[in-house]
Design a protein around this ligand. Structure first.
Ligand code: FMN
Length: 350
């Protein structure tokens, strides 16, 4: 199975399956002499772990990151950094049904068609468990970015159709949904509960905003910053769309409305989302990702078995009701990985 690596200079390779020994990432190209310890990962890993909302999967993983290589006496050495997260709370029996029946909306069918043999337990390689490795890589990426003082914020703009009306970054970590608008948190809770009671699931929209990014990151034409952000974000399971700046709304604007007026003090508006011609323009980089509802639902569903015969599927497993909010720190990590990669590439031509 190819396709497990991402980035050019700051390059990550993830490995592992949901119910295997663990999940990990090898980071190539991280500069030397960056302070790094296992404690650095604790906060960000806790943000992705299930259990922040009562309707996350009840799987309970401590998600302690072990540093296997690349760090000596508390500093990175410039050699590959291998990070490992052990799987500890593995219960595979409820997944036995997926040995023969495909979950509509999940990757079981395409993995079977492509590979014939795959670890279906807990979703195997297609499980969101893989995103633990990305969050760990994002912590290192943020350390690489430290000299630039870039601040990356990610939050739930919308969940189950309930949208934040105000963006207050101070509110984001004061509620379990990473919602920047406390006024809609209860509505989000209700819509999540209702989906759970119906045996259903919901999706949402996550916004990522990077402030303090200098002008100059991104390499046209194929490695535009926007193109790499799109790939990094779209490579996360359940992400079905991405827009940068005005995004799809730009299609309905006139040039006179969409252009961001330029003044000696900077851009007056930010329809560009901080990127022009694939290169950061110094304004905030703003992207939004559309997250589909969780495919593993408790309602009985129509499906087929491995021989293509019709079947009914009634799941009994440990699943999230929504990938939002758990996906929020994952998308923040992917933005950090892309920015760190382009920062190192930018530095190499200065
Ligand atoms: C943070 C996060 C949590 C997720 N939790 C679940 C889950 O509990 N059950 C499930 O079926 N899918 C879950 N997913 C979604 C699947 O991983 C995803 O739908 C699947 O890999 C198929 O890929 P696709 O949706 O990109 O086509 C989650 C995704 C993320 C990012």
């Amino acid at each position: 199975m190819g396709g497990n690596s991402f980035g050019k200079t700051f390059r990550i390779t993830t490995f592992g399956e949901s119910h295997g020994t663990g999940i990990g990432v090898v980071i190539d190209g991280c500069p030397s002499r960056i302070p790094l310890s296992e404690d650095d990962f604790v906060d960000e890993m806790a943000r992705r772990r299930p259990g922040r909302t009562p309707l996350d999967t009840p799987r309970s993983e401590p998600d302690r990151v072990e540093i296997l290589s690349g760090v000596f006496e508390g500093l990175t050495t410039g050699t590959p950094i291998a990070l490992f997260v052990r799987n500890q709370d593995v219960k595979s029996e409820p997944y036995e049904i997926i040995r023969s029946l495909f979950r509509p909306g999940h990757a079981d069918y395409t993995y079977f068609k492509k590979y014939g043999q795959f670890d279906f337990r807990g979703g195997g390689r297609s499980s969101a468990r893989e995103t633990a490795a990305r969050v760990a890589a994002g912590v290192v990426a943020q350390k690489v970015l430290a000299p630039l003082e870039i601040r990356i914020a990610a939050y739930t703009l919308e969940m189950g159709g309930i949208r934040a009306e105000h963006i207050d970054l101070d509110a984001v970590h004061k509620n379990p949904f990473y919602c920047p608008d406390m006024a809609v948190v209860d509505k989000m809770r209700k819509v999540l509960r209702a989906a759970n009671e119906a045996g259903d699931s919901i999706g949402g929209i996550v916004e990522v905003r990077a402030t303090g990014c200098p002008s100059g990151l991104g390499e046209p034409v194929f490695d535009k910053l926007s193109a790499d952000l799109a790939k990094g974000v779209m490579s996360v399971g359940a992400v079905k769309g991405i827009e940068i700046g005005a995004g799809f709304e730009a299609a309905r604007l006139k040039g006179s409305q969409n252009n961001d007026p330029m003044t000696p003090a900077g851009f007056k508006t930010n329809h560009a989302g901080g990127i022009l011609g694939g290169i950061s323009n110094g304004d905030d980089i703003v992207l939004r990702a559309a997250i589909k509802p969780i495919p593993s639902i408790m309602m009985e569903q129509e499906t087929i078995d491995r021989e293509g015969r019709p079947a009914r599927l009634k799941l009994q497993g440990r699943f999230d009701i929504s990938a939002v909010p758990r996906i929020v720190p994952v998308l923040k990590a992917m933005a950090a990985v892309v920015l760190a990669d382009h920062y190192l590439r930018w530095k190499s031509i200065l």
